[in-house]
Design a binder for this molecule. Structure first.
Ligand code: HEC
Ligand code: HEC
Length: 268
């Protein structure tokens, strides 16, 4: 009798252990299914970034390597190192059609881009992978939305107008280079240009112009050159306002008066 009670107790023990084991399994399984999707998502994201880098490298190897080197280290007399220039510089150069540079010259001219914006991002990802660099903030649109045009105007006159002109029309620099007109540039291009300082343009790092100040400048530039904010006059003669128009009308008037006088003098 005592023997069978002992055996029954033994079974109960074993059943209890089995129940606890199954319970533990269910909990572990549940936890796994809670966490594993995010693990998978993270992995997929990493793979996506990796594949952007791979696709970028393919484009780089066919279109950029001859001037910027096997690993972006630059080639003497052909092109500078791209280590550390980051996505902003690459996207700026590629999306404005400056790169790939067609012919060696003083200044790569802007033109029609050779790549789509997506391809430019891939090349940017590859250059970023080779070594850091600046990127445009994700919330640029919101920054520009909340920007102050008046403050941007002050910053523009101090930092940009000496090269790009008070009306953003651009201008010649020494040594045959020129600062281009800012008309038609996008918010991203403006930000990228300030962040990376292409060619003869200085770099405006975040400790010189904060992202908010860059946004103020963008809002101001878009206001003077890209929005339809004509400063006055019927024709937009360089957008300098009615005074240029006055000069033009004056010159035309004087010339026709002169011609009329000559004609009358010739008649008599
Ligand atoms: C024929 C030579 C040549 C080719 C091809 C070329 N580049 Fe360049 N690249 C240059 C030179 C020269 C400069 C510097 C002069 C300038 O910026 O105008 C430069 C500048 C750059 C810069 C600016 C670097 C900085 O300091 O911010 C980037 C970014 C760049 N190139 C990316 C590319 C990419 C991406 C490709 C391929 C799609 C490419 N380049 C193809 C010659 C070349
Ligand atoms: C010392 C002269 C200089 C100053 C100051 C300067 N830039 Fe530039 N900027 C240039 C030059 C030169 C280029 C053309 C670079 C090239 O062709 O690679 C340029 C290019 C640009 C471009 C690209 C335009 C295009 O056609 O793609 C933008 C946008 C720009 N600058 C904005 C600014 C802003 C905003 C400021 C002030 C915060 C500024 N620049 C200050 C000389 C200057």
């Amino acid at each position: 009798m005592a023997e069978s009670a002992k055996r029954r107790r033994g079974w109960r023990k074993r059943l209890g252990a089995l129940a606890r084991f199954t319970g533990a399994l269910v909990i572990v399984g549940g936890l796994y299914s809670v966490f594993s999707p995010s693990l998978y998502a993270q992995e997929a994201e990493d793979n996506a970034v990796d594949s952007d880098v791979v696709k970028g490298q393919e484009l780089y190897d066919t279109s950029c390597i001859s001037c910027h080197g096997d690993n972006g280290e630059g080639v003497d007399g052909r092109g500078p190192s791209l280590i550390g220039v980051g996505t902003a510089s690459v996207e700026f150069q590629v999306n404005t059609g400056r790169m790939p540079m067609a012919a060696q010259g003083a200044q790569a001219p802007a033109g029609d881009p050779s790549f789509t914006e997506e391809e430019a991002e891939w090349i940017g990802a590859y250059i970023e992978y080779l070594g850091g660099g600046g990127t445009v903030p994700d919330d640029l649109a919101a920054l520009v939305e909340n920007a102050e045009e008046a403050a941007g105007g002050d910053l523009y006159r101090v930092n940009c107008s000496s090269c790009h002109g008070y009306a953003g029309g651009g201008g010649a620099l020494s040594s045959g280079a020129h600062a281009p007109s800012l008309s038609g540039t996008t918010d991203e291009e403006l930000y990228q240009a300030m962040l990376t300082g292409p060619q003869n343009m200085p770099v405006f790092a975040d400790n010189e112009l904060t992202p908010e100040q860059k946004a103020d400048i963008i809002a101001y530039v878009q206001y003077i050159v890209n929005d339809d904010a004509d400063p006055g006059g019927v024709f937009s003669l360089g957008r300098f306002g009615p005074s240029t128009e006055g000069v033009a009308i004056f010159l035309v008037g004087i010339t026709s008066l002169l011609l009329a006088t000559l004609w009358i003098a010739g008649k008599s």
